[in-house]
Ligand binder design. Sequence first.
Ligand code: UDP
Ligand code: MG
Length: 313
Amino acid sequence: MRLLVIFPCYNEEAILTASISPFFSYFENLIASNLIDAESKICFVDDGSQDATWQQIISFSQTYVTGIKLSTNFGHQKALLAGLETFQNTFDGYVTLDVDLQDDMRCIEEMIKKYQEGFDIVYGVRNDRTTDTSFKKNSATLFYRIMKAMGVKTIPNHADFRLISNKALLALLQFPESHLFLRAIFPKIGLKSTYVYYKRLQREAGTTKYSFKKMVSFAWDGISSFSAAPLRWILYMGIFAIVISIILLVWATVNYLLGNVIEGWFSILIVVIFFGGLQTFAIGVIGEYLGKVFMQTKNRPRYIIDKTHGIQE
Ligand code: UDP
Ligand code: MG
């Protein structure tokens, strides 16, 4: 089998050369043991780094190394897409892996075996996250739970470490969304899929490139791109509000007819504030979706390639 391993890299100069050299030997071993073809390759996608990441990529002398430099920072997901799309129909299988090697590369062997058994998508799933901070773990658990509640199918504890066949890749390319959230697209593709399990390791050097802001926006992308449930919830909230107001109206009328004096302004104030808030919130959520529709109708390219390395046109 001809394999392509794709590494997205964003400002990884601190770690790239050091973390990748064990991978090179691992990769050469795969070739030597005939698990993969000699024409197999590694592709580094530089996601608009401002540091020396690209210089490091082009300095690798290994013949199987290729590189793609994006024109600016498009984000992890689009960097992966750039690598995959560029090499569609060229390989039998594609593995995507983070450059910090937190996801255990030794799983690739097992993934290849699953591919040979006829699976089109092999998901890497972490069954031990003890090396993640408790914040990262808890926020991730909460996120998978919310996704499930909204009816979005994701694979818990699966990030973007997976092997896909060319068939699965071509299927992926039929999804034109501008807000990419790969780990929820693959379960939608269907095809024959399976899992391999591994323990998540520590980042060797450098810091996480997912700031809190990026994490939240990634999670919201995942929810809002795959589920219209929040829109439905607004509808329910609206119905709820109407029912409450009718009950209040009946209550007030009955009291009025019975000759009771109702303390007016305070309750009115609360109600006004409550519904004012509810409406603003509702408009905000609708705006979010509208924004997505707006961005999608623009049909903008999802990434732009600045230059490549080791790829014949
Ligand atoms: N990454 C990227 N573009 C970005 C952010 C991250 O290509 O805008 C890459 C990064 O270089 C790494 C992978 O995506 O190879 C995962 O990032 P990181 O390890 O920082 O995330 P974490 O493991 O902390 O979730
Ligand atoms: Mg990482």
